[in-house]
Design a protein around this ligand. Sequence first.
Ligand SMILES: [Ca+2]
Length: 480
Amino acid sequence: MKPNVVLIMADSLAPQLMGSYGSTAGATPNLDALAQNGVIFDRAYCNSPLCTPSRASMMTGRYVSEIGAYDNVSSFSSEVPTLNHAFKRAGYQTVLIGKMHFGGYDQYHGFDQRLAMETDYSTGYNPLRPPYDWTLPSAPNPGGGAWMAASYVNDKAWDNYTHHWDRDAAIHKEAIRFFSEKNDNDPPFFCCVSYHHPHNPFYAPKEIRERFRENNFTLPSVPSDMNDRYGIMDKWLNDFHSQPEYFDRIMAADNLRWLYETYCGMVYDLDCHAGEIIKLLKAKGLDKNTIIVFTSDHGDMLGHRGMVQKRCFYEYSVRTPLIFSYPDHFPAGLRVKQTVSLLDLFPTFASLAGTSVPQELPGISLLPEAAAKSEIKRLQGIPDGRIVFAEYLGEGVHAPCFMAVAGNYKYIRVHGFEEMFFDLENDPEELENQIASHKYSGIIGELRSSVLKQFNPDAIAVQALENQRNRNYILEAHKK
Ligand SMILES: [Ca+2]
């Protein structure tokens, strides 16, 4: 009997705020228990730290430059197979409950059914979304305004912003109904329940926020010369996010406390929802034959390095939680240190469903790691030092940007402009760019070659700019 797969997704959840990843905030008791009974991937990365591209790349198992899903507006072709098609070929029902932020007309991409569908993001290709143009000077987001750095300041503007809260409640209601109606002799299903929390703007009801009042958060702080440490990509993104205007207000101790209390309140709400799903699956007897996977599309900088939002390749932005739970099949409490990425979900799910992938994909099945500890040595494991890549080809930057991470080393390439290199073990806050350090020249060389072997930055720049030009042409047409 094929196992059901339930993928629970957060949006913008930095794993660093979860108990199972070391946080003491206590925002994730249910997800921590899931991790304790399952396999937790310590070093999981998304492959493009922004909603639409991250999700498109996760769903297709391919890099966004290959499928044209560059930013939050661009679409990818309905002819690119997704992991849904793998499930469907194996006889699964495929259901999406909640958010997926697909760009373009195809809002299904192989999902049989969508419940609690987005109402605000992308209910079809909207050519009137603000255009992005890498050839224009660095500037604040033309369409973002209050959603950028301003939303990281406690100025009461968001005190009554209940949209994400309400939408998540609606998504959750559909999820509970869906699982309530399932029985263990039904055909297998793949169900993705995808919430908004803890995506900014930040709002949590007072009583939820106050749960975290006494917590001794380690709040981010930056050195006084932080401005000199920013690379070109940081400066572009800070401009795009209007970070310079709000930096002092964001980084004030009182404000950071509010930010972390509220963020944890949103994470807590998400955790309660996940907990109810897990409990319901158990009550229905579905837990024995259901794999639960938990992840997020990317994280949020939350003031680390003085930055906000995502889009960049620092740990708070590009890392994601990744937990697999399949009691009696996967080992309990296995912590995988190896670098993995969301591209690995497609091959993993295809092998769980017992079907093939459509073509050679860059990801690998994580099942060897998820199998019993004693079996790992026998199975073909993930080679040490595996390099994981990410791209950023969206709004706010002005050239293709790439990341390669292997072990504790991270290489960033802003094509045609700059390279950066960080030793995450000695410098977890990523404050010391070691690109010129002789000590690391060998590793830097290897990571640089790996990026240039994996991607063709010049060709990607041409494609991305052409895509922007075409969309701007259409936008102008619609304005007449
Ligand atoms: Ca997102």
